[in-house]
Design a protein around this ligand. Structure first.
Ligand SMILES: *Cc1c(COP(=O)(O)O)cnc(C)c1O
Length: 396
C-alpha cells in the first residue's frame, strides 16, 4: 500500500487533530527511515527525540521479542525482575533515589505535581500551594501538565485548569524571586526548553534556582523528557550544569519507542510525600516497557552513546554556524545544546521542512519559526555532512 492510499484511509476515522506531513513511514534502518513508496530519508527528528538509538537495533529488538515470549504485563501488585533492573539502572545513571514508572511524559509531570503538593501538605497541613513554571515551557497536554505549560493557545479553551500556577521568565532569576511566597512548593523547568523554541538554561540561573530552593525548602523540578537521556551530551542535561534537582521527569528516549516515562526523586522527597494509596498506574513499568528501558540503558553503556553526543556536538554546532554564515538572509540564530539544536529562521519554517522532506531529510519545528534538529544519538559525522548539504541547497 502506498502513501496516498494509507493517508486517505487514515483520514477516514482518525481525529483530525494533527497536521500530518504527507508521508507514511514504513520501516527504518540505522539513522534512515523509508516511506511506503520506498523513498529514503535521513532522520533528524527521531520521532520527536524518542528514537535515540535509531532504527532496527538488533540488541533492542531481540530483548523486546524475548520479553514478549516471557511476560508483557503483571500489574504493579507483583514484583518482577526486569522492572527492578530498569529502576535501578535509571537511579544509577541519574543519581536519584526513587523511581515511579509511567506510560508517558505527561503522566510523569502529573505524578510530580502530586508529589510536590503532597510534600508541602505533609509539612504544613494546608492545600493551596503554588508551583512556579516558566514562560515558553511545554510539559504535556493533560489538565495538570497543561496547567504548567505556558502557551496560552494550548490552554485557553480548557480553563479552568489546576490553579495556583505562576509563570516566571526563563533565565530571569528576578522574575522567579518576585513570584515566591510562603505558599510556593516547587519550581518547575525544562533544563533545555525544547517545544517552546529551543532555549538552553543559563548555568547561573539554574544555580540560583537551586540556592533559592535550598534556602526555602522549595522543591526544584527539572523536566528532562526531551533534553535528557543523552541528548544534550550528558545522561541528563542538568548533570552538565552541575545542578541537581529534587525531582525529575523523563520519558521519550528512555524507551526508544516503547511508551514509557518515569518520575524520579531523592529520598528526601520520597520519604515525605507520596505514600501507598496516593498514586498508581495499571501499566506503568510493566515488564515489556521495563525491558525497553533496561535494554536502552545497557546499549547506551555498551555503545558509548552519550560520549558520541559529547564528541560530535561541537561539529554539529559548527556545521549549523557555517550554514548560518552562508545564508544570512535565511537564518537568524542557532541555539541549543548537544543534539537538541534550534535554528531560528527568517524564512517560513514550514517551507524549509517540506523542501527538506522532498530532498530526503526529516526535521521538525519549534515555536517561533525555529527549525529543530533532533537526530538519533547514533549519527556520525557523515550524517551531519549529509544534513548540511541538503539544507545548504534548500536555503540557497
Ligand atoms: C514530549 C514532552 C512532554 C510530554 O511527553 P508525552 O510523552 O508526549 O506525554 C513533556 N515535557 C517535555 C519537555 C516534552 O518534550
Amino acid at each position: 500500500m502506498g502513501t496516498a492510499t494509507i493517508s486517505k484511509m487514515a483520514d477516514e476515522h482518525l481525529l483530525k487533530i494533527y497536521n500530518r506531513f504527507p508521508i507514511a513511514l514504513d520501516h527504518g534502518e540505522g539513522v534512515y527511515l523509508y516511506d511506503a513508496d520506498g523513498k529514503k530519508y535521513l532522520d533528524f527528528q527521531a520521532g520527536i527525540a524518542v528514537c535515540s538509538l535509531g532504527y532496527s537495533n538488533e540488541k533492542y529488538k531481540s530483548a523486546l521479542k524475548d520479553q514478549i515470549d516471557k511476560l508483557t504485563h503483571t500489574s504493579n501488585l507483583y514484583y518482577n525482575e526486569v522492572c527492578a533492573d530498569a529502576a535501578n539502572a535509571l537511579a544509577k545513571i541519574s543519581g536519584m533515589d526513587r523511581v515511579f514508572f509511567t506510560n508517558s511524559g505527561t503522566e510523569a509531570i502529573e505524578g510530580i505535581i502530586k508529589t510536590v503538593r503532597k510534600y508541602a501538605y505533609e509539612k504544613d497541613g494546608t492545600t493551596d500551594h503554588e508551583i512556579i513554571a516558566m514562560e515558553h515551557s511545554f510539559h504535556g497536554r493533560s489538565m495538570g501538565a497543561l496547567s504548567v505549560t505556558y502557551n496560552p493557545h494550548y490552554r485557553e479553551a480548557f480553563e479552568p485548569l489546576i490553579g495556583n500556577i505562576r509563570f516566571a521568565k526563563f533565565n530571569d532569576i528576578e522574575s522567579v524571586k518576585a513570584l515566591i511566597n510562603d505558599k510556593t512548593c516547587a519550581i518547575l523547568t525544562e533544563t533545555v526548553q525544547a517545544e517552546g523554541g529551543v532555549y538552553p538554561a543559563d548555568e547561573e540561573f539554574l544555580k540560583q534556582l537551586r540556592q533559592i530552593c535550598d534556602e526555602k525548602d522549595i522543591l526544584l523540578v527539572f523536566d528532562e523528557i526531551q533534553c535528557g537521556m543523552g541528548r544534550c551530551g550528558d545522561y541528563f542535561a542538568w548533570q552538565g550544569y552541575g545542578v541537581k534537582p529534587d525531582c525529575m521527569a523523563v520519558a521519550k528516549a528512555i524507551g526508544n519507542g516503547i511508551p514509557v516515562g518515569a518520575f524520579l526523586m531523592t529520598d528526601k522527597v520520597a520519604n515525605a510525600s507520596l505514600k501507598p494509596g496516593d498514586h498508581g498506574t495499571t501499566y506503568g513499568g510493566n515488564p515489556f516497557a521495563a525491558a525497553a528501558v533496561r535494554t536502552v540503558i545497557e546499549i547506551f553503556e555498551e555503545e558509548k552513546i552519550v560520549e558520541n553526543v559529547k564528541t560530535l556536538a561541537p561539529y554539529l554546532e559548527a556545521v549549523v554556524e557555517e550554514l548560518k554564515a552562508a545564508h544570512p538572509d535565511a537564518i537568524k540564530e542557532r541555539r541549543g545544546r548537544g543534539f537538541l539544536q534550534g535554528i531560528e529562521l527568517k524564512v517560513p519554517v514550514g517551507e524549509v521542512i517540506a523542501k527538506a522532506q522532498a530532498a530526503g531529510l526529516l526535521t521538525i519545528s519549534a515555536e517561533g519559526n525555529v527549525l529543530r534538529l533532533l537526530p538519533p544519538l547514533v549519527i556520525g559525522r557523515e550524517h551531519i555532512d549529509e544534513m548540511k548539504n541538503i539544507l545548504d541547497k534548500i536555503l540557497t
